[in-house]
Design a binder for this molecule. Structure first.
Ligand code: SF4
Ligand code: SF4
Length: 444
């Protein structure tokens, strides 16, 4: 990893109220062991019935029947085990997720390997020769404690050209022949450092459908962000490519950021006029969102999240939805959604949320505003790291990634007129969001 020139003193979560939201909430023990002590027999039977996967879908041309809800980023081993016990059989992981392969290795030990579809991904950074990549895959297999991966994905190719990485394809061909990798995939959620407006997620993935060597895709799709993804889903259906989705619940930030703005105001933090105006614009929209939330009875974020997942599950072109969880309570809310589809009540709630809160959500895989930033701030990448921090409990990783950004970061946004915000076609109050992201991701 490059030297973290921006990180400074790392008191990662010590001063972070938001950190407390994400950290330490997931129990360390197994779900069944802890819960059985406090639940009646009747309640336990009810739990067993509702906390089971009810929907399985064929993952494109792999022919594998995967659970409609998949194991996304989960740190707690007991929570992971409980998801698998409930019938989740698709595991999404990545070489670059700290400790993830080893954790999964412990959880799958002793389970029927054929009953699981394990997908990992590799960034084309560091050692990327054919031999180097083969070595990296063998290390991943060792960490996972398995002889083979069901799918290895090319992680976040930034442009169409990157889909053709010779070392990657040569390595995959050899690993397939050795029986170490069964299928090859690609993941994408937008630009990385500097946006090339010609190279959108949609363009890269549509090119990947034509390439013919990718059997499974992982990409962002949710009720606030449909256009590019629906085109990709259609193309995948035509080519019988498996589809796994991520970033399906773009809900958490409003509720969390609201409390952060209040903290800043209470602390009387000295800020530049641009900073203050950015936050004021954010707060105006947040207040408007709150009125909507109250008017349309949207007080419970878990209800919106449930509707958001049902929205994605209602699309028959979607094979599985990756769920990143921090707590057992989240798991108990998400598992009963398996096998369900959108209701008319859900539809009304999502429409109201979109109207009231949609401009507080910076779309994953977007980056359309980035060419308008005179400082070259990677807006969408920063907002993705912020998402890891506030919504996925990946605080430490998000802060390290943010510190590792080589060029300008969101600290420069406090002295800017907000050109990105004016350029955003979704009217996202992104300057305020960027300032909050910097505030949170650079705690020292
Ligand atoms: S602020 Fe708007 S244009 Fe910029 S990345 Fe976010 S959604 Fe896209
Ligand atoms: S607020 Fe200004 S400096 Fe920050 S990303 Fe937007 S245009 Fe760039």
């Amino acid at each position: 990893m490059r030297k973290n020139k921006h990180l400074g003193r790392r008191h990662f979560l010590r001063n972070s109220v938001l950190g407390l939201i994400g950290a330490g909430m997931a129990s360390k023990g197994g779900w069944s062991r802890e819960k059985e002590n406090v639940r009646s027999d009747t309640q336990q039977s009810k739990d067993k019935a509702t906390l089971k996967i009810k929907g399985y879908r064929t993952l494109g041309r792999t022919g594998y029947k995967v659970s409609d809800l998949a194991l996304g980023y989960v740190q707690d081993e007991g929570l992971m085990a409980a998801m698998l016990d409930a019938g989740v059989n698709y595991i999404d992981t990545g070489e670059s997720y700290p400790g993830a392969h080893q954790n999964i290795g412990k959880v799958i030990k002793g389970r029927d390997r054929k009953s699981l579809f394990i997908t990992s991904k590799m960034l084309m950074e560091g050692e990327t020769s054919k031999e180097g990549l083969i070595k990296r895959v063998h290390k991943s297999l060792q960490d996972l404690g398995t002889d083979y991966l069901d799918c290895m994905m090319l992680h976040m190719p930034e442009k169409v050209e990157a889909l053709k990485h010779e070392g990657f394809h040569a390595a995959m061909q050899e690993l397939k022949a050795q029986g170490r990798v069964r299928f090859v995939g690609v993941s994408n959620h937008g630009s990385f450092w500097f946006r090339d407006p010609e190279e959108s997620m949609g363009k890269v993935l549509l090119a990947a459908t034509e390439d013919g060597r990718f059997d499974v895709f992982l990409f962002a799709y949710n009720f606030l962000q449909m256009d590019q993804s629906e085109q990709v889903l259609e193309a995948c259906k035509e080519k019988n490519i498996g589809t796994s989705l991520m970033k399906s619940t773009p809900v958490a930030k409003y509720y969390i950021l609201k409390s952060r703005v209040e903290q800043l105001e209470k602390a009387g933090k000295k800020v530049s006029p641009f900073y203050r105006e950015g936050l004021i614009r954010f707060k105006e929209k947040a207040d408007r969102a709150e009125r909507f939330i109250s008017k349309y009875n949207l007080e419970k974020p878990e209800e919106i999240r449930a509707a958001a997942i049902r929205f994605v599950l209602s699309n028959p072109k979607v094979n599985t939805v990756c769920c990143s969880l921090n707590t057992y309570e989240e798991m108990e809310r998400i598992l009963p959604l398996s096998g369900t589809t959108l209701t008319s009540q859900d539809r009304a709630k999502l429409a109201a949320y979109k109207e009231g809160c949609g401009d507080l959500y910076c779309r994953h895989a977007c980056g359309l505003c980035e060419p308008n930033c005179p400082q070259g701030v990677p807006v969408n990448t920063i907002m993705r790291y912020f998402h890891y921090f506030v919504a996925q409990g990946r605080e430490r990783e998000a802060m390290l990634k943010y510190a590792d950004i080589p060029g300008a970061r969101a600290d420069v946004c406090g002295d800017c007129q907000g050109h990105c915000e004016s350029a955003c076609p979704y009217n996202v109050t992104v300057q305020g969001l960027l300032l909050l992201a910097h505030d949170q991701l650079s705690l020292a």
